[in-house]
Structure formats: C-alpha cells, structure tokens
Design a protein around this ligand. Structure first.
Ligand code: F6P
Length: 546
C-alpha cells in the first residue's frame, strides 16, 4: 500500500502549512469574531474549545479530507463491530463493548460477547457490594478496610487514575492502594501500617505472567500468610483479575475468585473490564456503571457524529497537524484539577504504547512521524516548573487544558483562582507579548529607556502556541468516563491516519527478554552471557558491590 505521506491529501496539507506557518492566531481571532463560537463543540457532557489552534477553516477541511482518504469512518466501524483490526495479534479491539448497555448484542467470531460481559459485571457488583458492606470477611472474621491492587501498566494505571479522580465518591472506611513497581520499596511502603486481617489483595494481570506483578503478588502473599499464620488465609484475602485461569490457579487463587476478561480487551484499554474492580469497590458499583455510561456516551458520539463535529476526531487531526506538518514532538496534558493528577501518566501508556510505532500495519517503515511524547502535570504546579519552556522555548508543544466548572472542594476562592490561571495560560500562549508591548510596559512601569530596550527581548513572547480547552461540568464518574473515552478514540483515529496498529506493544518485549537473561546472572552472581562491554562492566560493578 502506498504511504499516506504520498497521498494528495497529505501533500495538500504540507503545502498549506507553508502558507500558514507565518500566520499568527492573534490575527485569526482579530479577523473573525465568530471563530471561537465556530470552533467550540459540546458532546457527551464535555465542552471543547479548539479555536486557539493554528488552523483555519481550510486547514480543517484538508484534515477531514485526509481522514476520509485513509478510510477513518470504515476503520471506526470495523473496530466497533469486532473485526480483528489488531492484525499482529489477530484480535478484535472491543473495549467499547464493555460499556455497551445491557441487552445489546455483539458477535465476535460467531459468538455474542455481551452475555459474558454482563455476567462478569454482575459478579463484580456482587463482590464489590459484599466488600463494601463488610459482609466479605477476612480470615479472622473482620471486615476489609484496605484494598491493594497489584498490577502494572494497564492493570494499574487506569484503576489508580480513576480511584484518585473520583476520591469524593469513595467510602471513608475502604481505602484503595496500588502496587506496581517490582522495587520492593513499593510493596513495603504500601503495606506498612496496613492490618493483614483487614487487607484484600487484587492481583490484576491480563496474562498473569508479568514479572513485576507475579513477584509482588508472591511477596504480598508471604506477608499475609506470615502474619496470619495460615495458608488458608489466602482465600479470604486474594482475588484475581485475568484472562488466564490456568496461571491464576497455579498461583494458588481458586478460579471461583477470579474475575475474567478477554483477549480483545487491550491492557491499556481495560479499566472498563474486571480490571476496574478496585474502582467498583472504592466508589460502589452504581458509580462504576456511571463511568461506563459516560464512556458509552462518548462512543456513541464518536460513532455517529459527522467528522466535522466529532470531538475525538478533531483532537486527533489537530495532533497530526502539529506532529506531521509543524514538527511538534511532544504533547502536554495539563489538568486543572488535582484529582486528575494521574491522568497524564495514564495517557502516557494509552497514547505512547498505542502509537509509538515505526511500521505500518503491513510492516513497512513509516516515512513520517507517529505518536508524540505525552507528558504533563496538573496546573498550577506546572506553571511554576515547565511552562516557561512552553511559552518561550524553541519547541512547539500543543497542550490540552482540562478543567471542571465546579470543584468538589469549593474552599474560599480557590477554584476561581485555579480557573483564572487555566484561562490566562491559554490566552497568554495564544496571544504572546510583542517586543513593542514589552518595551511599552516597561516604560509605563518607570524603567529607563535603555533598560527597557535591554530587557524587552527577554520579556517578549511569540505566542501562537496552540491549546485545546476541555471543560467538564464537574469531575463525576460519567464525565470522567467520557473524558477517557475521548482520548481512547483520539488515539485510535491517529493510528488510522498513520496506518499503524495501535493495539499491539511489541516494543516492550526485547527489554523483558534481556532482563530475564540478566536476572539469571544476578542470581548466580556472575556474568556468563555475552553483552556489550558497557552492560558487562555495569553488571560486574553491581555484583562486586551488592
Ligand atoms: O507493558 C507491557 C504490558 O503488556 C502492557 O501492555 C500491559 O498493560 C502491562 O504489560 C501489564 O500486563 P498484564 O496485565 O498482562 O500483567
């Protein structure tokens, strides 16, 4: 297949960027009073303003042409209907089915997947109700007070991010914890102070073979059994979430205490499945169902809204515009909500593991850029750390500003101050400050002319830095579900434009394989395998001192 790079639609965008690169957004706003109104869309409870981007109506038209030329609408349907679009693993990609309303039907490989999804949801509801009500007892008969999820990657980041985001909905008496890193410190610091009698572990792993998770689970099990003095205690304190019942049984968790999901749920898209069990326990199953409903509302929007009105499609195309035509390398996620503090980290896996690819679905090396480096921190902390570079550095960094209209913690005027900062940053990034303005401001503040002349270049901002603003009424299970699904579909759309498979992750394999070799050497205490001279020297240095 010809590269998307050589299509007329791509070429048209390249030419268009050459015309637009010198155009300032200040002028686009000045010339068009209806710009903000035209470039604002509401869907699934989210309000997106994408007017502060270096685009014109013509840019958007060319981007939509590109999306149609690569068959986005057809690919969207192929994903949603359960075709095996994950071609390297020969799997369907159906996280959207997990949030479909009860009673729908969806055949995958000749089988309706909905009854199995509903059955697992019912089990999750039953179990989470029992834990929350205290009916589920630990080995010594006490109710559970702490739930420790042991998992990594998609089996950690999603539930951890959602539990933090929805803290206002959490039951006081039940605290969720997350252990992911194989560094013993993570487990040790998490269980320090926990009472084994009232602690429940959820071992969450799609494959149930992941080194970090299995190691942490074994150590947690030892901690529990040592404390309670009885192997039988495992039954009351360990449940599993996995697709691999054999491995779960091998580990020693009865499969009647396993919550199943399926190979068509990618790890980084799995929080809607039984991987969401810690969420259901923390906020209650009804709230978990609202999270699913919010995501489903976004699925409906993504499926049916015309591309020109489609939130995920617009965000995706704006990303492609900067990455492939304007040379952006990174994308910042800037939540103006402390509860979303893990959202950038969550999206790092969602985006970078999905679109960090260098070959197309056909295995041809791409001759254009694919997924950006995704990063970010909540505002306003970021403002006092890295925003300097976004404002005045040499990199072009598109940013997403995400904020709720109402805070769950309306203390004094905190929320107004937070939001004022959010709006001011996007305004400043767009407008900048000219040299003349910088000079005039200094003179007005009483500086000498020579001083104003000397400092003005430092106080000048180019502006023209692109931002999207996404507002939610309030951070609720529903709006959070829609927000996450928005990004999932954005990532999918970009993958379609780039012609890559967003649903495999072979890039993590090599490191895992080499780590297994080195584990053997570290445990034997000698370097026996051929490595490069740097690695050999590092291993010897470590072994000599450890
Ligand atoms: O990082 C690789 C990866 O396979 C992720 O895709 C996945 O989310 C994570 O490891 C954990 O995998 P598992 O759920 O099988 O333990």
């Amino acid at each position: 297949m010809a590269s998307v790079h050589t299509t007329p639609e791509w070429r048209a965008l390249e030419g268009h960027w050459q015309q637009l690169r010198a155009v300032h957004m200040r002028d686009l706003f000045a010339d068009d009073p209806s710009r903000a109104a035209r470039m604002t869309i509401d869907a699934a409870g989210l309000h997106l303003d994408f007017s502060k981007h270096r685009v014109t109506d013509e840019t958007l038209r060319l981007l939509f042409d590109l999306a149609r030329a690569v068959g986005l609408e057809q690919w969207r349907e192929r994903m949603l209907s359960g075709e095996h679009i994950n071609v390297t693993e020969d799997r369907a990609v159906l996280h959207t089915a997990l949030r479909s309303p009860a009673g729908e039907h969806l055949d995958v490989d000749g089988e309706d997947v909905m009854p199995a999804i509903e059955a697992v949801l019912t089990r999750m509801q039953d179990f989470s109700d029992r834990v929350r009500s205290g009916e589920w007892k630990g080995h010594t008969g006490k109710a559970i007070t702490d739930v420790v999820n042991i998992g990594i990657g998609g089996s950690n980041l999603g539930p951890k991010m959602v539990c933090e985001a929805l803290r206002p909905y959490q039951a006081e008496q039940l605290r969720p914890h997350f252990v992911s890193n194989v560094d013993g410190t993570h487990l040790a610091e998490t269980v320090r102070g926990l009472n084994p009698e009232t602690t429940l572990f959820i071992v969450a792993s799609k494959t149930f073979t992941t080194l970090e998770t299995m190691t942490n689970a074994q150590s947690a099990r030892r901690w529990l059994v040592d404390a309670l003095g009885d192997e039988k205690a495992v039954r009351n304190h360990f449940v599993a979430v996995s697709t691999n019942s054999e491995k779960v049984a091998e580990f020693g968790i009865d499969t009647d205490q396993m919550f199943e999901f399926w190979d068509w749920v990618g790890g980084r898209y799995s929080l809607w499945s039984a991987i969401g069990l810690p969420i259901a326990i923390a906020i209650g199953f009804d709230r978990f169902a609202e999270l699913l409903a919010g995501a489903h509302a976004m699925d409906q929007h993504f499926r049916s809204a015309p591309l020109e009105q489609n939130l995920p499609v617009i965000l995706a195309l704006l990303g492609v515009w900067y990455i492939d035509f304007a040379g952006a390398k990174t994308h910042a996620i800037l939540p103006y909500d402390q509860s979303l503090k893990y959202f950038p980290a969550y999206l790092q896996q969602g985006d970078m593991e999905s679109n960090g690819k260098h070959v197309t679905r056909d295995g041809m090396a791409v001759d254009y850029s694919t997924g950006p480096v995704v990063w970010g921190e909540p505002g306003t902390d970021g403002q006092h750390a890295f925003y300097q570079l976004i404002h005045q550095g040499t990199e072009l960094i598109p940013c997403d500003f995400i904020a709720p209209i109402r805070s769950h913690n309306p203390i004094g005027n905190h929320h107004s101050l937070l939001m004022a900062n959010c709006f001011a940053q996007t305004e400043a990034l767009m407008r900048g400050r000219t040299l003349e303005e910088a000079r005039a401001e200094m003179l007005a503040a009483g500086h000498a002319e020579a001083e104003a002349e000397r400092l003005a270049p430092h106080r000048q901002f180019d502006g023209n830095r692109p931002t999207s603003t996404i507002l939610l009424e309030q951070l609720t299970p529903e709006s959070l579900g829609a927000l996450i699904a928005l990004y999932e579909h954005k990532i999918f759309t970009q993958g379609v434009i780039w012609g890559i498979n967003s649903f495999d992750q072979w890039g993590v394999e090599l490191g895992k394989k080499l780590a297994n070799v080195i584990i053997g050497e570290l445990e034997a205490g000698e370097v026996t395998e051929p490595h490069d001279t740097s690695t050999t020297a590092l291993l010897r240095y470590f072994l000599a001192r450890s």
